[in-house]
Structures are given as C-alpha cells and as structure tokens.
Design a binder for this molecule. Sequence first.
Ligand code: C5P
Length: 233
Amino acid sequence: EGDRPLAGRRVVVTAGGTREPLDPVRYLGNRSSGKQGYAVARVAAQRGADVVLVTSAELPVPQGVRAVPVETALEMARAVEQEAVGADVVVMAAAVADFRPAQVAGHKIKKTHEAGPDGAPDESAPTVALVRNPDILAGLVAGRGEALAPVVVGFAAETGDEAASVLEHGRAKLARKGCDLLVVNEVGAGLTFGADESTVHILRRGSEDVLDVGPASKDVVAGALWDAVAELL
Ligand code: C5P
C-alpha cells in the first residue's frame, strides 16, 4: 500500500499504432506514437503493479515492465487474449487499425505489372481491398466472466463537430464499447499525435461525473487514470 497502491495487481497495457502489411516492405499505419500507453505502463510499474505492455511502438521499455512486441492488430488481439487471463486491469491505449489489407503480397508490389497478353506493360494503379480487424476491446468486454474479469479501460481520440461535442462522442462510445472507464482524448487544433502534453476527460460507466485532466504531461494523465482505476478495484 502507501506509494505502491497497485502492489500485487497484474495489469496489461496496449500501446502504439498497429502496422498492417501490404507486402514485405510496406504497411498501412497511423500516427500514434505510443507515448501515452508507455506512460500508463510506467506509472503502473512505479505504483507496484506487475505490468505487461503489448506494444507495436518501438520506444524504450519502462523499468520493471515486460514488453510483448507485436506488429498487427491480429497479433495484438492474440497477445492480449493470452495476457488478459488472470489480469486485474487491461488498458487499451493502442491505436488499433480498424482494417487490414485483405491480401499480403509475397513479393514487393511492382510499379509496372508484368506484360499482359498483348505484350504491353500494365501501368495501372493497383486497388487495395481491405477487411475488418477484430475490435480487441469489445472482444475482452464480451468475454468477461469468472476466469476473465478485469477492469477494462478504453481510449478514444475524438474531435467535436456541429452535431456533438467531444464529451457526447465519448459518452456514446463508452456505452457502445461497454468498458468501465473511457479516456477521451481531445484531438485536432494543435493537439497532435506524438505531443508530450494532452488534454483528456475520464468517463466512468454508470456515472455522470467527468474528470478533466490537462493540458498535462502523459505521466500526469496516466496518474489520474490509475487513481480512477484504483476506485474500481
Ligand atoms: O472505436 P475506437 O477505435 O475509437 O475505440 C478506441 C478504443 O478501442 C481504444 O481503446 C482502442 O485501443 C480500442 N480498439 C480495439 N480494437 C480495434 C479498434 C479499437 O481494441 N480494432
């Protein structure tokens, strides 16, 4: 206890943007830096937790944290499924690709394709078909039971629009995803991916209260998140 309130707790954190291969040298990716997920893992370890970080980012692994490197959403889903068994908390900070290329070419896709039946080289642009990736968070929530009953925390990057505010989008997502806490990240307007500071709103299922944090460092955001989780443990 004291300054190690998570002592004896097993936590799983995901971080980074997944990379979905097109061929041996190319992938579809996103701008997630992984910094927030690493901060969540670092602060949990500082507070005494046994931490597994399932990561598609390549940042230095925080002290006392076990990293499980993954690349794709499917790899991340498998790793989370394994590591979540017996976990007390799962925090999904990763930016998981919603779609992946339907086919991964075995060889580098060429700019000019092989000559067709008429002998002329094919200069047309290829079309990339996509298929949906599983929603890892939704899968965890759906699978909760005796053996798998962790507190589940989601992240959501939201922008306000004419129809609804960042918070309204966040509330709808919390209800849809069924997680216990949702950390809503304000994005857009100078609040870019990879920044060292962020502004978040922490929403809790079944409560109208909103905890506003920031602009603050990602470690401060992580601290506020673990304070909120501690109330649910
Ligand atoms: O719906 P949206 O992608 O905004 O939800 C974000 C949350 O869902 C994050 O916690 C993210 O890690 C998780 N997620 C997931 N699997 C996906 C997509 C998102 O676990 N395929």
